[in-house]
Write a protein that binds this ligand. Sequence first.
Ligand code: NAG
Ligand code: NAG
Length: 435
Amino acid sequence: MALYHYNRKQRLLLASFALLFLVLLGLCHFWSARDPGSYFFQPNEGYRPEYSVQRIHESLEWLSAYNHSDAMGPSLPDISPPHAKSACVGIVTVKRPLQQDLDTTVGSILDTLTPEQRAALTVQVLFALSDPSDHPDYNQTWLTNVVDRVLTYDDLADAPGWIILNLEKKKNIKKKSLIDYRLGLQACYDMTDAPWIIMLEDDVVAQRNWYEHTMRSVQRIEDWHRADAIKDWLYVRLFYTEKFLGWNSEHWPIYLAWSVLVVSVCASAAIYIRRTVRPAQGILTNSFLLVLCGFYVPLLIGLFFLTGRITWFPLQDGVHLMNTHGCCSQALLFNRENIPALLGYLEHMEDVVPTKAVDSVIEMLATRADLDRLAISPSQMQHVGAASYKEKKKTWKWEGPYRVKGAHGVWSMGFEKAYGVHSTGHGWFDLDGAV
Ligand SMILES: *[C@@H]1O[C@H](CO)[C@@H](O)[C@H](O)[C@H]1NC(C)=O
Ligand SMILES: *[C@@H]1O[C@H](CO)[C@@H](O)[C@H](O)[C@H]1NC(C)=O
């Protein structure tokens, strides 16, 4: 079936298909450079920090005004009556290699709040070290000036002191993380009556309007829940990475079915045209259709899949159900109602070998208890911690082109582009996506 089997028109068409394919290849390459699920993903593009650099700068500048001992605290109004608080922000902080980002985390969640919004929040930082003065930020002046409660293990009645010491000695970071997460969550639950508890890692940075967006999203979720549009829910994700939202291998039968359908539709359409349109009869011969439907169309389908799912189907701005493939526990807002169950489950899992990571344990509970998990898109927070002792390395040094980055590529591509100077945020709630 060599090329001379084809007449001039057919050869012309085949050549233009080839050209078209090359153009599309170039376009897809360009479009999906920032999609981590794409074959054409370019780390230098996708992991380039933009908005987060601006936010780190803003939040540290704001914080430095509270960084001397005669600085007035942000005149925290008295905490009364109960339920005056909308949310408790619990931050568990540990010592990190290379750099601490606690100042950025705390600064960026507070620097844009109105006094009323600030008064509605309780911010608690748990220094999860048996000797908290080992932590470079424990003695910082800004800390007590802007945070509601600085906690150590000594402040928590049920902190298992000797177990912690032992885990620190053995460098069993996984199990210690589970315990610390539970203690931080429990502290917010016990010390406030806030209906929402936001657990943050000590290396995230928030977008300027995170508080408003988050609170409005949560109200919306509650409306859906009352209207039975969603099940009872465990958390709302304020940070997610697009990395795991690509094509999923377990869905291959669906992808295959669609591919077969596309090829069959193409073939049927061509045969139909051949029958009804006279001039097409000389072109749409069997051997021509074989190349068209057996080669070009599959090639285009291949290109479609290589380009990555998020490029074709980006998450709309708004709230989404994300019961699978949501990754990482950097920033989660929990529903107070379900926290006792989660606390119990975390405690139970602390003794299960092999130890699971915090985010897996949370997912396991949600699945067992049949609770929905939601996410706000774009991410309200970015993960900017370059490194953590969870990686067992001998030496630590800065790697890659950027200082601001999420370790392991745990990074929100959307965050960097969504809130820049050019985006106004208008219409944010007009498009609601999946639910
Ligand atoms: C606060 O002051 C300390 C000591 O001078 C300094 O190391 C730290 O970077 C300052 N932090 C901020 C956020 O300004
Ligand atoms: C913090 O202060 C305590 C007591 O003043 C001191 O022992 C400790 O070394 C300090 N830690 C740091 C990191 O500066």
